[in-house]
Ligand binder design. Structure first.
Ligand code: CA
Length: 145
């Protein structure tokens, strides 16, 4: 099953470039162009990764990250418009896992996307090992002591 990536970006040309590059790598991609739609889409699709721009209509990327962080553990890769330390610091504070400063190359984006998804996979495997999923029915029917 391919991994799902939600792109939140209001610049049309960048939307297209991101979607094209990620789809080419085999990811399932959904694109939204504002903060409010980002919340709806993330809640619906539970993506493996969110590529989140900061400057967005309706609600900025910081606010989106802050809200989603309380609801899900999805990795967030934030896109900052300038090489601004404040943006990066705030981004990490509100729960972004990584950030990328515009303009960036698709090669760099891809490397970071892959690194994040790899981390997510390892984390899931680790969690599965520490507390393996136990079907509730099976557990309740076991009466052996
Ligand atoms: Ca923007």
């Amino acid at each position: 099953m391919s991994e799902n990536i939600l792109i939140v970006e209001d610049e049309l040309s960048l939307q297209e470039t991101l979607a094209y590059s990620l789809k080419k790598e085999g990811y399932t991609v959904e694109i939204v162009g504002d903060g409010r739609s980002a919340l709806e889409a993330a809640r619906r699709m539970r993506p493996d990764l969110i590529v989140l721009d900061i400057m967005l209509p309706e609600m900025d990327g910081f606010e989106v990250a802050r809200i989603l962080r309380k609801e899900m553990t999805t990795s967030i890769l934030m896109l900052t418009a300038r090489d601004d330390e404040i943006d990066r610091v705030v981004g990490l504070e509100v729960g972004a896992d990584d950030y990328l400063t515009k303009p960036f190359s698709m090669r760099e984006l891809m490397a970071r996307v892959k690194a994040q998804l790899r981390r997510t996979r390892l984390l899931r495997e680790e969690m599965g090992r520490v507390c393996p999923p136990q079907p509730a029915m099976k557990r309740s029917s076991l009466t052996i002591s």
